[in-house]
Design a protein around this ligand. Structure first.
Ligand code: ADP
Ligand code: MG
Length: 217
């Protein structure tokens, strides 16, 4: 489990580095043009944190929880924009859910972690779906993951369902009116652009699906 989380965060960091200009361009259209820079800075710091070594912890799940919490704290302390505290809180909540789900199969741990993460974002952001935010990718992803799990799918298929739903959710933010975050200041002018945070959320879940499928680059 630690290996999966480590590989996921590293793959996400390298993709965010590549995609930083594209994420920033999306944020230039409806925000302040820093989302790519923010995510790249935060995940570069996460890689430095990972390089510092495997965390202490009593058992596999406890170590995984420490890793996720540390990554979340790293984002909060290195990213000034809204996305840093939101994703940071999401990772910290995912860590707590991972520790609590001790004994459950890996896919159940991942789903519980994603659900806890979205709950953390909703609480901190006072936001919900349909407001043109990262939640429009993350909430459908969690739902699709649960559906795949109920259908008896194994972990790589569940992770693929989550990534595909997040990508569809990100694309579906284009016609939405932003009512949270900086994009909401634009009012009607936010319509017609894809939300940067929903786009980075889809990138994160695509990286997780690729790690689940055994791909590391
Ligand atoms: P900032 O808006 O401070 O410049 P970023 O550009 O890094 O921060 O992140 C912007 C993204 O954060 C948005 O595209 C949106 O997805 C997300 N976001 C902003 N406010 C909220 C909120 N209240 N709830 C959920 N997500 C939000
Ligand atoms: Mg911004």
């Amino acid at each position: 489990m630690i290996e999966v989380i480590d590989a996921w965060l590293r793959l996400a960091a390298s993709r965010l580095h590549q995609q930083a200009p594209a994420l920033t361009a999306l944020d230039q259209a409806i925000g302040d043009g820093d989302h790519g820079t923010n995510m790249n800075r935060g995940f570069t710091a996460i890689v430095t944190f990972l390089d510092a070594g495997t965390p202490e912890g009593d058992g596999e799940r406890a170590k995984a929880a420490v890793l996720l919490r540390g990554a979340g704290r790293t984002l909060i302390s290195t990213v000034g924009g809204a996305a840093g505290p939101l994703y940071g809180t999401a990772l910290i909540r995912a860590g707590a859910a991972t520790a609590a789900a001790d004994g459950a199969p890996a896919s159940e741990v991942a789903l519980a972690a994603l659900e806890a993460a979205t709950g953390g974002i909703q609480g901190l952001g006072k936001s919900t779906t349909g407001e043109k935010t990262m939640l429009d990718a993350l909430v459908p992803a969690a739902r699709a993951g649960r559906e795949a799990q109920s259908a008896g799918s194994d972990w790589p298929v569940i992770a693929e369902a989550m990534a595909a739903a997040a990508e569809a959710g990100a694309a579906a933010t284009i016609p939405l009116l932003a009512t949270k975050g900086r994009a909401s200041y634009l009012g009607e002018r936010s319509i017609g652009h894809q939300d940067p945070g929903a786009t980075s959320a889809a990138l994160l879940l695509r990286a997780l699906a690729d790690v689940a499928a055994g791909q590391t680059t």
